[in-house]
Structure formats: structure tokens, C-alpha cells
Design a protein around this ligand. Structure first.
Ligand SMILES: *Cc1c(COP(=O)(O)O)cnc(C)c1O
Length: 294
């Protein structure tokens, strides 16, 4: 099955009518069960650039459950490129990496220490100059440009606020580029105390857009990929109410934040809010069976 942008749709969610707030979700998770959401968008211009420059192989970095790695494996294969994944830690046999291998990605596990020094790995790699290297998580200007096209899949001009989850900040940079100045773009950081986030986002944007960066740092639930019981409870409850599945790393924290901010009166009267469901559901396979009701 090949990823298909035609599967993306807008879901309208009910909210308390008296405050006249509207809430919708852009379902980029529906592109494909594994290769979903923002990673697909972020990769498109890197791959086009690699092909244009005559590269035959792309490589990147990630953990054993990385959405980015599996999306790169598929996107590279479908673009006629070979791919290499440099993987942090020993977790060589996760379902995510198995899937990446099915897309013919060459998986190279490295120790956590070596991974920390990954720029060096790239430099020492045999034939490294023949490989097109994509940063961890697809961070970079081409990634942001790719993410900016998320908002052109369907008409999003009606929305006053657009909320997304932030890891590297590449997607939110793209959403800022791809939206109009009167729309407010709000990023929910999934990392704890990532005070470099705003700077990383600014690094991908022209200076005239820096005043449009808004990040909220209160919904990390303990840190990257941490998923305490009350987050799992929320995911199950949210699924029962909305029939929308979320993932433990990004979108559950985003959805929780959106609902909490609405309850707390963060948005003004008549706010018309769009949540970007950026996918990532395959990462839930790291959970024990039956943890989630979906
Ligand atoms: C990677 C990812 C993000 C974060 O995107 P960045 O561009 O790194 O900020 C958000 N949601 C999902 C599902 C992701 O896989």
C-alpha cells in the first residue's frame, strides 16, 4: 500500500457551544498506517533535491521507533533511491525497523554514545560524499518547505488558530510559512525544557516571520516519549469521544493541550481552531498489548 494524500480529511469535533469555539482536526495520519503524517510531507523536497543532485542513496538518523526513519525508508524506495538508517541504541528488531527493512532500508545500529556524535559518523561513513544526508527528524529548511504544503491539501483559510506538536520544530516552521499572517500558529513542545525550540524554528524562517512563533512548553508529560498512566487514560477517553486515535509521543499531548487550553479560556470568542494530526500512530506499537482500546 502506497501513501495517498487523498485520504486526508477534516474532522469537525463538538465543543461547548456557548463559547462558540469550533474545533477541527486535519487527519494527515490517514495517508498510510505506518508512513503517516508530517514526516511524509517533510521528506518530499529532500528527496527531490537528492535526485536533482544525482544522489542514489539517502541516509538519516533516529531511534528504534522513529516515525522519520520508517517514512524515509518508504519515501526513498518509492522515489527510486536507496536508504540507510543510522539507529540509536541496540533495539535492532522493533516493528518500526522491520518495516523500514521491508522498504529495503539498510539499518545500522550504533551505540548511544556514537549516536550523540552522529555528524562524525556521517563524516566517517564509507562513501559518505556519495550519500545525501538528512538531519535527524528531517530538521531543515527543505523539511519546513515540505511541511508548508500540509496546509494546501485542503482549504485551511477559515481557521483562526492552528495547533501542532513540536519535536525539532520543522513542521511548525512550515505551517507558519504556509499560513496567512492573521492565523495564529501554536506549537506544543513534546520535549521537557527544550528552550532551544523557538530558536530552532526561527533558524528555518525569514526574520519577518519570527514574531509568529508561539510555543507552549507545559504539556510534555515528563519528557520526550514519556507516557504516564494519565496520558494513556486520556488517549483511551479521547478515542471513545472522537473516534480519533492518537500516539503516545506527539499527538496525544497535542490533543490534551488543545482541550486543556480551550477549557482554560486560552482562546477568544469565535476561535476556529485546527489541530494538525501529524500521524505517528505506528509508535504505539512499543506499548504492551491492550494498553490502548484502539
Ligand atoms: C516528528 C513528528 C512531529 C514533530 O515534528 P517536528 O517537525 O520535528 O517538530 C509531530 N508529530 C508526529 C506524529 C511526528 O512523527
Amino acid at each position: 500500500m502506497i501513501p495517498d494524500l487523498n485520504h486526508i480529511r477534516l474532522d469537525r469535533l463538538p465543543v461547548n457551544k456557548d463559547r462558540s469555539i469550533q474545533l477541527s482536526v486535519l487527519r494527515t495520519d490517514l495517508i498510510h498506517p505506518v508512513i503517516s503524517g508530517n514526516k511524509w510531507f517533510k521528506l518530499q523536497y529532500y528527496l527531490a533535491d537528492a535526485i536533482k543532485q544525482g544522489y542514489k542513496t539517502v541516509a538519516s538518523f533516529g531511534g528504534a521507533y522513529s516515525n522519520h526513519i520508517v517514512a524515509l525508508a518508504a519515501a526513498a524506495k518509492l522515489s527510486g533511491l536507496k536508504s540507510i538508517g543510522i539507529i540509536r541504541g541496540e533495539g535492532g528488531t522493533s516493528p518500526t525497523l522491520q518495516e523500514a527493512q521491508q522498504w529495503d532500508m539498510k539499518i545500522i545500529p550504533v551505540s548511544r554514545e556514537a549516536y550523540r556524535d552522529r555528524q562524525n559518523i556521517a563524516a566517517l561513513f564509507p562513501d559518505h560524499e556519495k550519500i545525501y544526508w538528512v538531519d535527524e527528524g528531517g530538521y531543515g529548511i527543505l523539511g519546513a518547505k515540505g511541511a508548508s504544503t500540509i496546509l494546501s491539501v485542503t482549504d485551511c483559510s477559515e481557521f483562526s488558530h492552528i495547533l501542532c506538536a513540536c519535536g525539532t520544530g520543522t513542521m511548525i516552521a512550515g505551517l507558519i510559512m504556509g499560513s496567512s499572517e492573521c492565523q495564529k500558529i501554536i506549537g506544543i513542545s513534546v520535549l521537557k525544557n527544550n528552550r532551544q525550540l523557538e530558536e530552532s524554528i526561527a533558524g528555518l524562517l525569514p526574520e519577518s516571520m519570527h514574531n509568529r512563533i508561539t510555543c507552549i512548553h507545559d504539556y510534555h508529560f515528563g519528557g520526550y516519549a514519556k507516557h504516564p498512566g494519565h496520558l494513556i487514560d486520556y488517549m483511551n477517553d479521547a478515542y471513545k469521544r472522537t473516534h480519533i486515535p492518537t500516539d503516545i509521543v506527539y499527538t496525544s499531548k497535542l490533543f490534551y493541550a488543545a482541550e486543556d487550553l480551550i477549557k482554560g479560556g486560552y482562546f477568544g470568542h469565535n476561535a476556529n481552531i485546527l489541530i494538525i494530526h501529524s500521524g505517528g500512530l505506528q509508535g504505539n506499537r512499543s506499548l504492551a498489548k491492550n494498553t490502548l482500546c484502539f
